[in-house]
Design a binder for this molecule. Structure first.
Ligand code: AHR
Length: 497
């Protein structure tokens, strides 16, 4: 008989306050994320602004704290001035080799964010763009009426400034594949010059810069521009599918789930070694288990468009367990990770899939629902002893994976304990023993569980295999309490007095 894993929680030892921007989102002008995703003016499901009402309603349920836009690779050849004003100039999108109508631009994006009461976060073009173009964008959004760009916003019908607080300089300019890629020597100076101009327009903005968990890149960036930055931006997709759309199986994804903290640790150590811990935070502003599929982007002959439809195959969306583990990683690192943006939110590898008659909520959506609704704001210390493990085979390598991944929080309003427990085991329940001192003041616990019968369960049109289960357990606080967690499940436990 296997011994239960022992979970210890120390509510008196706070790790930090989580920033709700770790439950953030990202939308790019790629495939059906914008057109046909959040914005479909010809759809009977759209409101008078052209936004999909069902998408807006679903997003409101998970209170997105921030949404990053317009890219991603797209932004490195995007000129924002094409996307404002009465007459929109169509442009050729050199990142993704399609025509961009520019029907959806800054004003529409801000309107979308206002509908959701979410913070806008604009990523600027540090590829083919200039520092002046970036600072003009800040003028357009944030100045009252000084200069021509603020006056243009007013002329476009928006008297009041948009007050966009979060701005990123560049996307992934460290990759050769990025349009307008920069060398590490160029990047620091480029960022500094952009930051100077943007902060001269509005010193209250918070600036991010494209970073990666690479020592040389960050040493140059931080030495040149660190004094101007509030964040460094890192990205990761652990199941890389850009050329081949062969999603990894469950066990392989659980092996990958062991690496969600790697880039955070590297970036944190670099910030620390350069004296920026406490001044600059990490924005993991693109993350997803599954990378996007967009093969042949440089090919003369191969089809590079239709393969993108494979991003929308709903049966491959079984990544709730990985998502729970990643959000726990952000909670455990809440002292330095202040933002994380699921990439993307709608369609492609997103948590919401749109079709002409409605939407499909993919498993990750339910994980965000549990964390945004039920996890607390103060992260407290927690640990596991005797964590059960399981083995995963891949290419002849066996990896031992701890089954239980937890994060404990206190809700500072309700002053009660809320604990996330992810059981990564593909087919066995987890027996968890909770120590009495953590739960002595509580009489019951409500357990919300994201679960589907199979570890490969998914949702699709007319198929609802994954949903949120609710259970209540009366606690016997005089002794240790044993709780059973379903296999391949994400659980949030809300303790009640
Ligand atoms: O696959 C999509 C791309 O992933 C985003 O546009 C880019 O920022 C990241 O490399």
């Amino acid at each position: 008989m296997k011994k239960p894993s022992e979970v210890f929680i120390e509510p008196r030892r706070a790790v930090g306050i989580r920033d709700e921007k770790i439950y953030g989102h990202f939308l790019e002008h790629f495939h059906r994320q914008i057109y046909g995703g959040i914005y479909a003016p010809d759809s009977p499901l759209a409101d008078e602004r052209g936004f999909r009402k069902d998408v807006i309603d679903a997003l409101k349920e998970i209170s997105p704290a921030i949404i990053r836009w317009p890219g991603g690779c797209y932004v490195s050849a995007y000129h924002w001035k094409d996307g404002v004003g009465k007459k929109r100039q169509p442009a050729y999108d050199k990142a993704w080799r399609v025509e961009e109508t520019n029907e959806f631009g800054t004003d529409e994006y801000i309107d979308f964010c206002r509908q959701l009461q979410t913070e806008p976060y604009i990523c600027t073009n540090a590829g083919s763009g200039t520092q002046e173009e970036m600072s003009d964008w800040v003028e357009y959004c944030n100045l009252k009426n000084e200069g021509k760009w603020a006056k243009l916003r007013i002329e476009n019908g928006h008297t009041e400034p948009f007050a966009v607080k979060y701005w990123s300089i560049g996307n992934e300019n460290y990759y050769d594949s990025e349009i307008g890629a920069k060398s590490l020597e160029e990047w620091g100076r480029y960022v500094k010059e952009a930051a100077k101009m943007m902060k001269r327009v509005d010193p209250s903005i918070e600036l991010l810069a494209a970073s990666t968990a690479d020592l040389d890149w960050n040493i140059n960036l931080l030495r040149e521009a660190g004094e101007w930055l509030d964040w460094i931006s890192i990205h990761d997709y652990w199941d890389v599918l850009d050329q081949k759309n062969e999603p990894s199986d469950y066990e392989t994804c659980m092996v990958k789930s062991l690496r969600t903290g790697e880039k955070i640790a590297k970036a944190k150590n670099i910030l620390g070694s350069l004296g920026y811990l406490g001044k600059i935070r990490i924005a993991f502003d693109e993350w997803n288990l599954r990378g996007w599929h967009h093969p042949n982007i440089n090919s003369k002959t191969e089809d590079y468009l239709t393969p993108r439809d494979k991003n929308d195959i709903n049966s491959t969306y079984t990544m709730a367990v990985f998502t729970g583990g990643f959000l726990n990683e952000c909670l455990r690192n809440c002292d330095v990770v202040g933002m994380a943006n699921f990439a993307p939110t709608v369609n492609t590898r997103g948590m919401i899939y749109t079709h002409e008659n409605g939407i499909v909520l993919r498993p990750t959506y339910f994980v965000f629902e549990l964390y945004t609704k039920y996890m607390g704001d103060t992260v407290v210390d927690s640990w596991v002893l005797g964590n059960d493990t399981f083995e995963a085979e891949k290419d002849g390598t066996t990896t031992e994976i701890p089954a239980l991944d937890i994060a404990a929080t206190i809700d500072s309003q309700e002053k009660n304990l809320r604990v996330s427990m992810v059981n990564k085991h593909p087919d066995q329940k987890a027996e968890v023993s909770l120590h009495a001192f953590a739960i002595e003041n509580y009489s019951s616990v409500k357990i919300y569980t994201v679960w589907g019968e199979s570890k490969d369960a998914f949702n699709d049109i007319g198929i609802n295999q994954v949903k949120i289960l609710e259970n209540t357990l009366v606690l016997n606080s005089t002794a240790q309490q044993t709780i059973e967690l379903l296999p391949h499940s994400v659980n949030v436990l809300v303790f009640c007095r």
